[in-house]
Design a protein around this ligand. Structure first.
Ligand SMILES: Nc1ncnc2c1ncn2[C@@H]1O[C@H](COP(=O)(O)OP(=O)(O)OP(=O)(O)O)[C@@H](O)[C@H]1O
Ligand SMILES: [Zn+2]
Length: 684
């Protein structure tokens, strides 16, 4: 980079370096100064984040912090241009900072290789910024940053791209729609029985392999399985079939224990025999049991054909018999065999992996992959029992497992097999990322940032990139907040506590809800996320310290009246800042009394209730499309409970299911209120 000609004075503002002359001429002196001195937080240094950081440093933004939890992967290099081959495995945020600094050494960049959800990035951290820009790739982190910005009153620019589509949403807490004001794209769903008993397309088999079989063998204990099956029966799915699924699941638990035990002992022979048992269970015994339910097959064109391990090893499938092959179904190969495999393996490494990824695997290939991937995963699972595995498309063993187990199921059900490459795309919900879309969105982000920093909110636009319409790029003024929103319509109250170990839950409730806000003490419910810590019938936790309740610096306690007539109060906890002898400090300016909550009409009440297994086939990176035209301000006022966003399928569900602090009654109530993930396998 050429050296920077600078005419700046000591304070750096009276005369800007020559490199800023154009920016200053375009923006005007004052706006440029605001840009140059503002503190900006960029969350995510991936596809959009890299483009954005480059734009920011070249435009003249002077103080930037960037956070990313990830390290650089080869697959990032085609579009994340701040990274090069020698950076692979290095933290994205650090390398992004280094490269961007070389474009403009005058910019002060602070990089954090960290998760934005860490407690140290709490409300007071967010309050240190003039603007936050999201360049993330997942709903959970987006919702988190949105909430932190709402809680701290800091403007947020939310963004996302999927293929050619993209959007930028300017969010001004309390005054425009927040990220959670509009419901997000609902995941595609499949009935339990389609996934577990009667698949008819490759995606059904992939969902079964990834969300069911993988989890059963290597994942976290699925306590919701029984509830899910109960619900399927209540929803009218075949009771006899569901009974057989229960039996299958119980057997699977025994097999898992045997597999882990064998792997722990390092007994390869035993591992292999358990793996063989798994094969015969899922492809032979379970299928035979299903075939025994004659009713099920009367209206179906073809029946599945059980696969026996020893036959499959030899490349033989009974699917060759006349009852098996539907019109147009792919031939089941008694094919390839060891010689073909040997030929594949003898290719140079690059070709071998390309071939492995892009060819349709034979029956024998799939069996071989089943043996190797199941054994490898069993060893990994047994090595750390406290850390169950979860599917990751970039984990070779996991992808091998899902590829072969879904393909073997496809063979049993006469469904097309998919290559490993295709399975990776389908199981990983991959929509190709396009560098140009990211670049356009990053450019739009900077334009919106300039409007926000110069206080011109009337100029900000909700930008969408859509293909197939007259305009590729459209802009709308940001919409009004949704009065039903469970995030931006809450009250946020920052408090300082003297110590997390000495201050109790009761201290907080008394000081904040009763004293400061005058709420009725007989009528309060206290939550940590979706976990209920106390309510009028459950006071055991009140005398416990904040630490004992698992709360820490930055935690948010939510206090509501039991019937949720008032806005929820979110108490944001920081440690320190109290006077001596004072346990809890609240600034007078932060005392905001909760107002009566917006309630909707009966007509609006019908929130669609997913009774099915949820298979999220493509969680779009793009936040749900919320056009300004869809302003919720026009909705009728009157009626029903709000739902808390963190009860809707977020990871907090696990807390809800397993929390000892939740009484059965309360648990039931929460489930009725919308925490219906009991019936869901989320495929993400
Ligand atoms: N909670 C989080 N805290 C910090 N950074 C996050 C968090 N969640 C996601 N990110 C980062 O956001 C970035 C999003 O970038 P992008 O959408 O290009 O994804 P990617 O992981 O780089 O690409 P791909 O998913 O295609 O491999 C990633 O670098 C990811 O590490
Ligand atoms: Zn909102």
């Amino acid at each position: 980079m050429a050296s920077i000609a600078s005419s700046s004075t000591q304070n750096g503002t009276a005369a800007q370096p020559a490199r800023y002359a154009l920016a200053e001429a375009i923006l005007g002196k004052e706006a440029f100064l605001q840009t140059n001195t503002a503190k900006i937080l960029v969350v995510g240094a991936g596809g959009i984040g890299c483009e954005l950081l480059k734009n920011l440093v070249l435009t003249g933004f002077g103080n930037i912090e960037i956070i990313d939890l990830d390290t650089i992967d080869l697959s990032n290099l085609n579009r994340q241009f701040l990274f090069q081959k020698q950076h692979i495995k290095k933290p994205k945020s650090i390398v992004a900072k280094q490269t961007a600094s070389s474009f403009n050494p005058l910019v002060n960049i602070v990089a954090h290789h960290a998760n934005i959800k860490e407690p140290r990035f709490g409300v007071s951290y967010f309050q240190g910024f003039d603007l936050v820009l999201n360049a993330l790739d997942n709903l959970d982190a987006r919702r988190w940053v949105n909430k932190m910005c709402v809680a701290s009153g800091v403007p947020l620019l939310e963004s996302g791209t999927t293929g050619f589509r993209g959007q930028v949403q300017p969010i001004r807490p309390g005054l425009t729609e927040c990220y959670d004001c509009q419901p997000k794209e609902t995941p595609k769903t499949f009935p339990v029985c389609t996934i577990r008993s009667t698949p008819s397309t490759p995606i059904h088999c992939i969902v079964w392999a990834k969300s069911w079989l993988f989890t059963q063998l290597f994942g976290a204990d699925d306590e919701t399985e029984e509830d899910e099956l109960d619900k399927a029966v209540a929803d009218g799915e075949d009771a006899q079939e569901i009974d057989s699924l229960r039996k299958e699941a119980r057997e699977m638990r025994d097999i898992r224990a045997a597999l882990v035990e064998a792997a722990k002992q390092g007994d390869q022979q035993r591992v292999r025999s358990v793996v063989e048992r798994i094969f015969n269970k899922v492809y032979k015994n379970d299928i035979e049991r299903l075939l025994g339910m004659e009713e099920m097959w009367t209206h179906r064109p073809v029946k599945p054909v059980p696969l026996v391990f020893q036959d499959a090893v030899n490349g033989v499938s009974a699917a060759g018999s006349e009852n098996a092959q539907p019109e147009g179904a792919p031939a089941i190969q008694a094919d390839a065999g060891p010689s073909a495999d040997a030929a594949t393996k003898s290719q140079p490494p690059q070709n071998a992996s390309t071939l492995k990824d892009q060819r349709t695997l034979s029956l024998q290939d799939n069996v071989e992959l089943f043996l190797s991937s199941t054994s490898a995963l069993a060893v990994r699972a047994a090595a750390d029992l406290s850390n169950p595995l979860s599917f990751d498309k970039d984990d070779d063993d996991a992808l091998d497992f899902v590829t072969c187990t879904s393909n073997l199921r496809s063979i049993v059900y006469h469904i097309d097999r998919k290559t490993r490459f295709q399975v990776k795309q389908m199981a990983g919900n991959i929509i190709p990322a396009i560098a140009s879309t990211n670049a356009i969105i990053a450019g739009m982000l900077v334009l919106q940032a300039l409007h926000i920093l110069s206080g011109k909110w009337d100029k900000t636009r909700f930008i969408t990139l859509t293909r197939g319409s007259d305009r590729y790029i459209s802009g709308f003024p940001p919409a009004q907040p949704n009065p039903k929103c469970g995030v931006c319509q809450d009250v946020y109250i920052p408090i300082e506590v003297s110590s997390l170990t000495e201050v109790t839950l009761a201290d907080v409730v008394d000081r904040v809800a009763k004293e400061a806000l005058g709420m009725d003490e007989e009528d309060l419910v206290v939550y940590d996320g979706a976990r209920i810590l106390a309510d009028p019938d459950f006071e055991d936790n009140l005398e416990k310290s904040l630490t004992e309740m698992g709360l820490q610096q930055g935690s948010i306690l939510t206090i509501t009246d039991e019937d949720q007539r008032l806005q929820a109060v979110n108490v944001v906890i920081s440690v320190g800042g109290t006077e001596s002898g004072e346990k809890i400090k609240i600034a007078a300016k932060d005392v905001k009394k909760p107002q009566p909550r917006y309630v909707e009409s009966k007509a609006d009440e019908d929130d669609s209730d997913d009774d099915d297994i949820v298979a999220e086939v493509a969680e779009a990176d793009v936040p749900a499309k919320a056009t300004a035209a869809a302003s919720v301000a026009s909705k009728t006022v009157a009626g029903t409970k709000r739902s808390r966003p963190d009860e809707e399928g977020s990871p907090d569900q696990t807390t809800l299911q397993s929390s000892s602090a939740v009484t059965p009654d309360k648990k039931q109530k929460l489930q009725q209120d919308g925490a219906n993930a009991d019936s869901a396998i989320v495929f993400d």
